[in-house]
Design a protein around this ligand. Structure first.
Ligand code: XIL
Length: 488
């Protein structure tokens, strides 16, 4: 059990539920043209090849922007805190911890069945002054280890991967002269990894850096460090290639570089992908960027042991690029208005994402074989009244929308076989859906379980989704029933 209180987790989870979205009418607000795409959730495609698709998450954006939240929930299986797990966020003053932003990331991920990539424990940047001014080695070593223990200890069991040390090298392969390097010397990286292992033995431990995508002096310095750690039994499990790239400059040695790390016996993860260009973006650069995204995903998907790609944000609107590289931007697969760039189709295709229809996920746990078999043509059983809670989020454009609907069994009995119905506003027609078999009769939409999600244990939820076209006003989804009984 980790050190977070259940109460805190519940409070934050509740705060993230769409206001007014439970069971009653779900308002469909208008959003710009081009929002959404026809692919299944990209996380499902990634999971079929045993990989994840991740993003850098900023909790305040999910609170203020429904489109951001809907995409965050639907598309990704891995969540990295863009800022809220960094030292300055969690320990701004010595011994004073503020967990709110970091907890919000873990809570969001858990509510959406996503894994968490912890970022980051030891880094020269976003390090508060009180820590970066320490000059006594004994004290800095204690402070560094206490920080690792406090943060990795609090989230023990909740974090799949930790970036233990971030950006420790210069481009020429020498050590960056951070406070840790200057005061503690070369041994600090090993000390940090050993401490992280003891704080959370089940988290995989990574070293992360930028400009390490090609075979070059910097990536070779990390290569040599990993080889040394492996030879001496120092714990290290993965190498993160940040991959903040420039359009047209995906290195030709990218895949070879990934492969050489995997050959050392560590996983490789693309941890912070974005591909920037001068703004305003030209059509030519947008087209080139699509090919670049394709190359990155192809390189990762080609190597067993390259286990996933995380993009550094969702839409250009909130990307860090224009702040740090003035005059550049347009680096992410979603435009500021949430229309998708050509890059999105390319990366979806490399992942093998399907369009339309329901796509059972073979990596989902199979239905318990001791359960009675469910034939989708049988009438569903267990119409316990009021035994369900429905939440939904909607991403709309001028003539259509994507709805993501979560059905929760709030009864004390398992539901074996289910059918959800909802009233669609006039003028809405179902286009396609996933994770259920959909039919529309007049204004009634029906979604029936598929084989792999037929059983809903007490308290369990299933997430399904569909695209619909509409004419006239967007209106509301309403009147949810499960197996004939109205949902709460
Ligand atoms: C960036 C965030 O995106 C910004 O919001 C913040 O102001 C600065 O840091 N390498 C990293 C990330 O490891 O933590 C950085 O994130 C981008 C570069």
């Amino acid at each position: 059990m980790n050190k977070r209180t259940l109460l805190g987790a519940l409070a934050l989870t509740t705060a993230l539920v769409v206001p007014g979205a439970i069971a009653q009418a779900i308002p469909l607000t208008t959003a710009p043209a081009g929002v959404g795409h026809d692919y299944e959730p990209l996380r499902d495609a990634a999971e079929r090849s045993g990989r994840y698709f991740g993003f850098a998450y900023a909790p305040h954006l999910a609170q203020q922007d429904a489109n951001y939240r809907a995409i965050a929930e639907r598309e990704f299986s891995m969540v990295t805190a863009e800022n809220t797990m960094k030292w300055e966020s969690v320990q701004p003053s010595e011994g004073q911890f503020n967990w709110s932003g970091a907890d919000a990331v873990v809570d969001f991920a858990q509510a959406n069945n996503q894994e968490v990539y912890g970022h980051t424990l030891v880094w020269h940047s976003q390090l508060p002054g009180w820590a970066s001014n320490i000059s006594d080695p004994t004290r800095l070593s204690t402070v560094m280890k206490d920080h690792i223990n406090a943060v990795a200890g609090r989230y023990k069991g909740d974090i799949a991967y930790w970036d233990v040390v971030n950006e420790a090298f210069e481009d020429n392969g020498t050590r960056r002269q951070s406070v840790f390097q200057r005061v503690l010397g070369d041994g600090y990286i090993e000390e940090a990894f050993r401490e992280a292992r003891s704080a959370d033995p089940n988290a995989k431990l990574c070293i992360n850096d930028y400009s390490t995508d090609a075979i070059n002096s910097k990536s070779t310095a990390i290569y040599n460090l990993v080889r040394d750690f492996k030879a001496r039994g120092v714990p290290i499990d993965c190498v993160g290639l940040q991959s903040h790239l420039i359009v047209g400059q995906v290195p030709s040695t990218y895949q070879q570089n990934i492969q050489r790390f995997v050959d050392l016996g560590v996983e490789v993860r693309i941890t912070e992908l974005d591909i920037r260009m001068n703004t305003p973006a030209s059509q030519q650069n947008i087209a080139q960027q699509a090919q670049d995204y394709k190359k990155v995903f192809e390189a990762c998907w080609a190597v067993d042991g390259c286990n996933g790609v995380t993009i550094w944000g969702i839409s250009d609107q909130y990307s860090w690029i224009p702040d740090v590289f003035p005059g550049e931007g347009a680096a992410l697969p979603w435009n500021s208005d949430y229309s998708v760039k050509p890059a999105l189709a390319e990366l979806a295709q490399v992942m093998g994402a399907t369009t339309g229809g329901s796509t059972p996920d073979p990596t989902d746990p199979p239905t318990d074989p001791t359960d009675p078999p469910t034939d989708p043509t049988d009438p569903p059983t267990d119409p316990t009244p009021g035994a369900c809670e429905v939440t939904a989020s909607v991403n709309s454009w001028n003539s259509g929308y994507t709805a993501t609907v979560t059905i929760k069994n709030t009864s004390s009995q398992a539901i074996n076989g289910w059918e959800l119905t909802a009233a669609l506003p006039a003028g809405h027609s179902l286009a396609q859906g996933w994770n259920a078999v959909y039919t529309q009769s007049g204004s009634t939409l029906s979604a029936r379980n598929v084989a792999w999600n037929s059983t809903l244990a007490p308290g369990a939820s299933v997430s399904i989704g569909f695209n619909a076209d509409f004419q006239g006003s967007l209106g509301s989804l309403s009147g949810f029933t499960l197996n004939g009984a109205a949902c709460n």
